[in-house]
Design a protein around this ligand. Sequence first.
Ligand code: SF4
Length: 466
Amino acid sequence: MDKLHEECGLIGIYSKEYQHLGDKLHDALISLQHRGQESAGMAVYHDGVMIHYKNMGLVRDVFDEERLRPFNGNVGIGHVRYSTVGSAERRNAQPLVVEFKAGTMALVHNGNLINAVEIRKKLIDDGFSFTSTSDSEIIIKLIAIHYKSSAIAAIKQTLSEIKGGFALILIMEGKLYGIRDPYALRPLVIGKTPKGDYVLASETVALELLGAEVVREVEKGEIVEIDENGINSTIYDDSKPKSLCGFEFVYFSRPDSDLEGKSVYEARVELGRILARRDKDKYDLVAAVPDSGVPSAIGYAMESNTVLSSVFYKNKYIGRTFIDPTQEQRERMLRLKLSIMKEVVKNKRIVIVDDSIVRGTTMKDLVHDLKKAGAKEVHVRISSPPVKFSCFFGIDTPTKKSLLAANLTEKEIEEYTGADSLRFITTEEFIEGVGLPEEILCKACFTGDYPMEVPKTHNKYVFEKY
Ligand code: SF4
């Protein structure tokens, strides 16, 4: 499907008790699977021993009962990956685990470093070697290099050298660390179970699954250190404005998660209501592009008092996907994945709601197929502003030349897709729908107003050249 892709999902657990953590990490990773489907891994520590395993595939494919059995300990981390720097191969899967001066360290990372090329080049010039082509290895290497006797000092020194949007979870010296970049671009939340175990996760859905209550978000520029005494906080950089990824509300986060205390589902419903308020015409039915358009289609239907109907049947049993699909392969996949219920659409004036348009290829095919199936009119409503700019903070975005809205006006997009009408939500309406103060949200992929200076282009395979 035509989507931006989140890079990764993270989970971390600290318990005072030695216990079987494998099942808990496994379940939490399943709840975060939507954030990355290329690889999965986990590491569990106890008393100087780190057990770890990672491989390509979905969590259910990587970890069966037997594989999970040895994951006993009191500190654990886990990761699901969708690559934004470095190709999709096992050596780039996480956790990354290294032996260093203070024992064994494990790290999971969600995000992108924008100065990774310079740092990696310098380290290679200084004689260091790398085993992966992801930017995450730079972080763990720097922490190991800077470690003298204090974990916090080594982490702080590393954080003063890296730039970008990131959330990190580490196991070091038997403690669990959670870190967010100085803008809080990538999400990370802290939870606590009734038994007193601490949980760090990319999304609140993983906390709920583990029976943990939300304690609070890890703040911008904060390191939280969790051990038997509880949480110790260090603010390493308080100089930057908060800039939480607005696209988490559009697509990345699960609708049953909360961000900054806001329900993602309710924000999406509200965005659908706003789209409906702008429409003067009345249509026969409204339908969602499954599954991402569902909450906003519900909002649209409620606000406009229009029948909400399923017009697409989604086949869940599609195994194979193409890494860089041709147009022909893309169309074939779409037909395998979504089929149209002809009797529902025949002679109807239909509104279809989706969360975003990136390349526009899927929407063009859907409009074409709906009309071919007999729809009288197809009106497209998109619950995010046009995506006109690439993301450099941990999202797999096509280059600007492949972003439809970077190259065509809204009228031209309407013509390109063949829709009878097509409307995006405006940036102002998006902020209204999300319901958080504008100044704490990153909207750079809509506006080009990046919270920090960014490189000219994003090259996912930049380190494959070394
Ligand atoms: S540019 Fe877009 S996708 Fe990237 S962090 Fe900002 S809002 Fe999120």
